[in-house]
Design a protein around this ligand. Structure first.
Ligand code: SF4
Length: 365
């Protein structure tokens, strides 16, 4: 698929500025961005910018943590189920395709199993703790209370996703597990330096959203938190357990948030007032106030992306796109870039220039 470079990143850092929060005042804001003028080049699917941003965030464990959360919701399998053609798009899978079409195929169509990782599982655990803390009355939402939730949420995670147990199978003394749980505690504790949960009453937590665009494309995802001000202004909040990206990579990080903003706009006919990324790894908050043009632009981008996915699905032509992120890819053994062979393509394919569908072929090599 042809891509074009997006113009200068829309995000502009303003270290130390305070957020003009529509919901709760007094929260530190490290980077504040506002709506921008559309750039023609920005309307194309931008693999380079997203992949580069992903490199930055992956090194900070943000990608893996969020992938784990979404993977659980999307049932990225432990064992390989029957292949299915893509039917909808989530921010994670959209990013997968922009990063590497073959990775998208392995995850969405072949549904190859992936190993749990410590970083991603820690992200899932911390997300669960922050969500559950809001069950308590406002005055009791303290750091000690939040940290006390960790053991129970870890038990629950192991129950629901037994595969995570293998992470610590080679740790009979429990030292690595203790360190890992300690890191989760630090992330939870840092959240209290960024937001004050005693002053927040989320309208929604871990909200599953799904919207069908006029084109028929279904967008879906899970929003960590939705705050609604008495004035009706909506703030979408996402927790990241990694570090904030450098300002030049902020656009990649904001892609997911604009995706959610588009879904909320399509569902409720309301443009969220603020998009807020809370980076627990570095103690930063990245905010962006979207405007209508942002949402229209991301919709066009997603439609172009979906068309590229549709064509690849029909032709079976899923190209590997090697980047530094290959180091985090579980599928090198199946990737031609690393001497591997993809499994037989499990869907019917249409020969280029032909209307005929034939049974699957080998992957792109
Ligand atoms: S190893 Fe790299 S190029 Fe190969 S499928 Fe994974 S991400 Fe794509």
């Amino acid at each position: 698929m042809e891509t074009s470079a997006e113009s200068a990143a829309e995000a502009q850092g303003s270290g130390g500025a305070r957020a003009d929060s529509p919901v709760a005042a007094g929260e530190p804001t490290v980077v504040v961005t506002t709506g921008t003028t559309a750039s023609p080049a920005a309307e194309a699917v931008d693999a380079d910018a997203v992949a580069t941003a992903a490199v930055a965030t992956a090194s900070a464990e943000a990608v893996t943590a969020d992938e784990e959360t979404v993977a659980a919701a999307e049932s990225v399998p432990v064992t390989r189920p029957v292949a299915i053609a893509p039917a909808s798009l989530s921010p994670s899978r959209a990013s997968d395709f922009m990063q590497c079409p073959l990775l998208y195929r392995f995850r969405v169509i072949d549904r190859l199993p992936e190993k749990p990782s410590e970083a991603a599982t820690r992200g899932t655990l911390v997300h669960a703790v922050l969500e559950r803390l809001f069950d308590a009355p406002a005055a009791e939402r303290t750091a000690p209370r939040a940290k006390s939730l960790i053991p129970g949420q870890w038990d629950r995670l192991r129950e629901n996703r037994p595969e995570v147990v293998e992470l610590f199978e080679d740790d009979p003394e429990g030292e690595r597990l203790a360190r890992w749980l300690g890191e989760a505690e630090q992330l939870v504790e840092r959240w209290f330096t960024l937001e004050d949960p005693t002053r927040l009453e989320p309208a929604e937590r871990e909200l599953w959203v799904e919207a069908e665009l006029e084109s028929g494309l279904t967008l879906r995802g899970i929003i960590d938190r939705v705050d609604v001000a008495p004035t009706g202004e909506v703030r979408i909040v996402d927790y990241k357990t990694g570090k904030a990206p450098r300002p030049e990579y902020a656009e990649g990080a904001l892609f997911q948030m604009k995706f959610y903003a588009l879904v909320v706009w399509r569902l409720k006919n309301v443009i969220p007032r603020r998009l807020q990324l809370v980076y627990l790894g570095s103690g930063d908050v990245l905010t962006y106030d979207p405007v209508l043009a942002d949402l229209e632009r991301v919709e066009r981008k997603l439609l172009a992306l979906w068309e590229a996915i549709r064509q690849a699905t029909e032709t079976g032509d899923w190209r590997p796109r090697p980047t530094k992120l290959c180091g985090w890819c579980d599928h090198q053994a199946h990737c031609p870039e690393f001497g591997g062979t993809p499994p037989p393509y499990p869907l019917p394919v249409r020969a280029v220039g032909s209307g005929d569908l034939t049974q699957g072929r080998m992957g792109p090599d």
